[in-house]
Design a protein around this ligand. Structure first.
Ligand code: SF4
Ligand code: SF4
Length: 437
């Protein structure tokens, strides 16, 4: 098992409650879906439907502006409104609201399946673009652009199925339930970026998935290597993953491609294969609904745009008051105040954590200079100096602290015995640092 990795933490995995729960569709589909026009950090989309229009599943409802992505209807029905609605990334953003007719009618003019053995790269990239695929592991960048950048520069394609954040099991279930399709997707992507080698990286807490995939590979002689890495957070983050798997160091200011690696999340690879082989765009995704406050934690296959409230209902609601509700993992997920916010393309989990699980209400104490935050930082940064600069008003110190390397992993906040919200201070400091430049 490969490690080659500094820092990091071992949070309790909390995956037991969902790791054996298959990904199932919602028993009660949402009455309406709220599909935001902003699905990636690079840009938004312009609606091509209007209030009152009838739409079907897979139909384009918004076209990208700038480097945004196509947005599709995930249920069939009538457009009820195009208006600002809560977005899980914060605030209110324009969204297409579709009243579900519960007929699940597919859009009749979807593109034809491609013959991937003979596919032309440009056609495939156009298909992936039209399918509106973004990184589904959290990053939310347009996948066709990432593939285009990687063509000819990728020695090693790394497909990330580490899923090292606590509670999250949707990718693990995807490996077990769609293993053949994922292996085929890895081969397809490897061919698209012209990689010399393709590696599927799985964390050591998913050995049943590793054994299953190894068996499939033996039978079908597919050219994908499975690499198992230590279960340690944040090993699933790009730079750490590259170091653990290849020993290559991505220096500050460099990208993965500078060291000949391209990293894609496993759910994204599954979506790419699906779009190429079926012609269907990205309209649904797997989401883990978990946390100690959730009555019946489970993995769900949901239409994009489903309000978070519906996911919680499908998991039996709350069995006790949640101290915090998050989308994404507990280490660097986003706090959700409004459960009317919908699932977007990069929503991999909805977590409702109890006070015991999440130390939100622990009083902050003074720094005891233990140095744990420094040892835990996988980027070799010095969070305690950032704390001093921000709290003691020595902001001129920020300039030399390489804040730009912080990847918001949250290890420093997690490990701090004084409950100092170091990651939040880092985020603030990045803004301050930027304004100092
Ligand atoms: S300083 Fe940034 S990179 Fe380092 S542990 Fe904290 S959040 Fe992670
Ligand atoms: S972990 Fe917390 S208490 Fe320890 S040095 Fe860092 S900021 Fe101070």
């Amino acid at each position: 098992m490969r490690t080659r990795f500094l820092g990091g933490v071992h949070p309790t995995s909390h995956k037991e409650s969902t790791r054996r729960k298959p990904i199932v569709p919602l028993e009660e589909p949402p009455k309406e879906v709220v599909i935001p026009l902003v699905m990636c950090a690079q840009g938004g989309a312009e609606p091509v439907v209007k209030k009152g229009d009838l739409v079907s599943v897979g139909q384009v409802i918004a076209k990208p502006t700038g480097d945004g992505v196509y947005v599709h209807a995930s249920v069939s029905g009538r457009v009820k409104a195009i208006e600002p609605r809560p977005h899980p990334w914060g605030g209110k953003w324009d969204a297409v609201v579709i009243e579900n007719d519960f007929k699940n009618t597919s859009y009749p003019d979807l593109p034809l399946p491609m013959d991937w053995e003979r596919m032309n790269r440009e056609e495939a990239l156009e298909r992936i673009c039209q399918a509106g695929i973004t990184s589904l592991g959290g990053g939310a960048s347009p996948t066709h652009l990432r593939i285009r950048q990687a063509v000819g520069k990728t020695e090693i394609l790394i497909v990330n199925a580490a899923e090292c954040e606590p509670y999250l099991t949707a990718d693990h279930r995807l490996l077990l339930e769609k293993g053949d399709q994922i292996l085929q997707g890895v081969q397809m992507l490897s061919r698209l970026v012209r990689a010399e080698k393709a590696i599927l990286v799985v964390a050591g807490d998913k050995l049943n998935a590793v054994e299953f995939l190894e068996r499939r590979l033996r039978r079908k002689k597919r050219e994908v290597e499975i690499v198992t890495i230590q279960t340690r957070y944040p090993l699933g983050m790009e730079k750490q993953l590259i170091r653990a798997v290849t020993g290559r160091e991505v220096s500050p200011g460099q990208s993965a491609l500078d060291v000949g690696c391209a990293v894609f999340n496993v759910a994204t690879v599954y979506a790419i294969r699906h779009a190429l082989l079926t012609g269907e765009p990205l309209t649904h995704r797997a989401v883990t609904v978990s946390g100690g406050a959730v009555a019946r934690p489970r993995n769900l296959w949901v239409p994009i745009g489903t309000p978070l409230r519906c996911l919680l209902q499908a998991a039996g609601g709350l069995r006790e008051k949640a101290a915090v509700t998050l989308t994404g993992g507990p280490m660097n997920g986003l706090i959700q105040e409004d459960l009317d916010a919908p699932v977007v393309k990069n929503t991999n989990a909805l977590l409702c954590l109890t006070e015991q699980e999440h130390n939100v209400n622990q009083p902050e104490m003074v720094c005891v200079k233990c140095g744990h935050c420094v040892s835990a930082c996988p980027m070799d940064l010095n969070p305690v100096l950032v704390y001093r600069a921000m709290r003691l008003g020595e902001k001129e110190l920020l300039a030399g602290l390489h804040l730009e390397d912080c990847m918001d992993c949250g290890c420093c906040s997690y490990i701090c015995p004084s409950h100092i919200p170091l990651m939040d201070l880092m985020r603030q400091a990045k803004k301050e640092g930027a304004s100092h430049d």
